[in-house]
Design a protein around this ligand. Structure first.
Ligand code: SAM
Length: 232
């Protein structure tokens, strides 16, 4: 999969050289490039923002650098090019879930555009729709200073679903949200730690009983912590 990220703070993404995604990049499973939006400006100050039409607080990201960035990244010029999925993180977008991550993990080319200030000139979203499928996606119902943290989270959630990124694919199946429930509690050695025992069923060797116990734990946890997940 190819992922392009555009930001005015590319160094936010240095963490994506580490751990499983770092290895996926080294091995070529994930072709991830982070670009500085200011590379598509042409003035001395490398300006990416201006005052809002109609007045109001804050600055708005100018359309010209975004248009030039999208033109370059959406058309790689390689034969067999497919239309990219262009994602703008936004608190006013659809909420990102595991289902969104699963869907986006099947795409060939994702472009993420990180907003800053009061956001990006609205016409950029309309223009991007001529180049690919546009998605405005929120990390949750709160406001961040910029799209970088949201994109980091999305890239990690999507990236770990790409075949070959997580060594044991089994570990993806049993996780929270994969079957609409939260994951069961996990324990490791020692079996007694500070007077707290591991539930005896997990030491029984009875795989059927362990599976039933874990399922019950998943339901109980989900009922208690996230009853909204059981509504559907
Ligand atoms: N004025 C915008 C609004 O009220 O919808 C918020 C702008 S916010 C300060 C700047 C940028 O941070 C946004 O353009 C977006 O890229 C990012 N951002 C903020 N909160 C976010 C969230 N919950 N999910 C995803 N991106 C977010």
């Amino acid at each position: 999969m190819r992922i392009d990220v555009v930001s005015i703070f590319p160094s936010y993404f240095d963490g994506l050289t580490l751990s499983l995604l770092g290895k996926a990049r080294d091995s070529g499973i994930l072709d991830l490039t982070v670009r500085d939006l200011r590379d598509w400006t042409h003035d001395r100050h490398r300006t990416v923002d201006d005052t809002p039409y109609g007045g109001g607080a804050g600055m708005v990201m100018k359309p010209e650098p975004w248009g030039a960035a999208l033109d370059e990244l959406a058309h790689s010029g390689e034969p067999g090019d497919t239309r990219p999925t262009i994602i703008f993180p936004s608190p006013a977008g659809e909420v990102f879930t595991q289902a969104t991550a699963r869907d986006l993990a099947t795409r060939d080319h994702l472009i993420f555009g990180c907003g800053r200030y009061e956001g990006i000139d609205e016409r950029v979203f309309e223009y991007a729709a001529d180049l690919g499928e546009v998605r405005l996606i929120s990390l949750g119902d709160y406001v961040l200073n910029g799209g970088e943290v949201a994109v980091m989270a999305m890239v990690e959630a999507i990236g770990r679903l790409i075949p070959g990124v997580v060594g044991n694919p089994e570990s993806l199946v049993e996780e929270s949200h994969e079957d609409g429930l939260l994951e069961y509690p996990s324990y490791t050695k020692p079996s007694v730690w500070r007077d707290r025992e591991v539930p005896p069923i997990l030491l029984s060797g009875n795989h059927r009983a362990i599976a039933d116990w874990r399922r019950e734990q998943q339901l109980e946890r989900t009922r208690r912590r996230r009853p909204d997940l059981l509504d559907d």
